[in-house]
Design a protein around this ligand. Structure first.
Ligand code: CA
Length: 219
């Protein structure tokens, strides 16, 4: 999933970025409030990790402006220890969850998974579509209980589709969500990944919607 990480502390930002990438996510970073505001308004993210104490524009203001502009992505705020008024202000501004510094990276990843599942209307950590199961904690994919080996890009395509069962997802949307921004993007490669996925998954589960994109068919 594609996550915007907003944190001005370079050391923490580096740790978080590594943890997100190791968990299979695309991590885009911003180190100040203005940059964060712009990217959150103009790009599509599956979730945001937002530090509140930021240079140029504070995190609460950034969040308020996103929500006022109708940006609805799940936002997890990072707050200073023992600052309960900051938590209240953050939740009032539209945060979906918060973590108090210092925190364990595992907890951050678990909370993000939960936020993205809820945003997708999925209550369980295991996404299901027919006989296909995708465990968002371990990344394990099975068909009829049998493990299926996927490359990281195939996995990202499937995970994105499984968070949106039945919805039409365009090729450009998939491209945006499976590649980092500085990557040389080519939407033709999406076709290749989908083609490979189809060979590994039950027949007919990924439907091509002509001129629009792809749809995960819910049996
Ligand atoms: Ca800070």
């Amino acid at each position: 999933m594609r996550i915007l990480l907003v944190e001005d502390d370079a050391v923490l930002r580096g740790q978080l970025r590594t943890a997100l990438e190791e968990a299979g996510h695309i991590a885009e970073v911003a180190d100040n409030g203005r940059d964060a505001l712009f990217r959150g308004e103009t790009e599509s993210f599956d979730a945001v990790v937002l530090d509140l104490g930021l240079p140029q524009l504070d995190g609460i203001t950034v969040l308020q402006r996103w929500r006022a502009a109708g940006r609805a992505m799940p936002v997890l705020i990072l707050t200073a220890r023992d600052n309960w008024s900051e938590k209240v202000a953050g939740i009032d501004a539209g945060a979906d969850d918060y973590l108090t510094k210092p925190f364990h990276l595992e907890e951050l990843l678990a909370r993000l998974r939960a936020l993205m599942r809820r945003a997708a209307g999925q209550a369980s950590a295991v996404l299901r579509c027919g006989t296909v199961r995708l465990d968002t904690r371990s990344g394990r994919v099975t068909v009829d209980g049998q493990p299926v080996a996927l490359t990281s890009h195939e996995h990202r395509v499937l995970e994105y589709l499984m968070h949106r069962p039945g919805a039409v997802v365009s090729r450009s949307e998939l491209t945006e969500h499976i590649y980092a921004q500085d990557h040389d993007r080519d939407s033709n490669t999406i076709e290749v990944f989908v083609g490979r996925l189809r060979k590994k998954l039950p027949e007919g589960i990924i439907e091509t919607v002509r001129g629009l994109g792809y749809r995960l068919v819910v049996p």
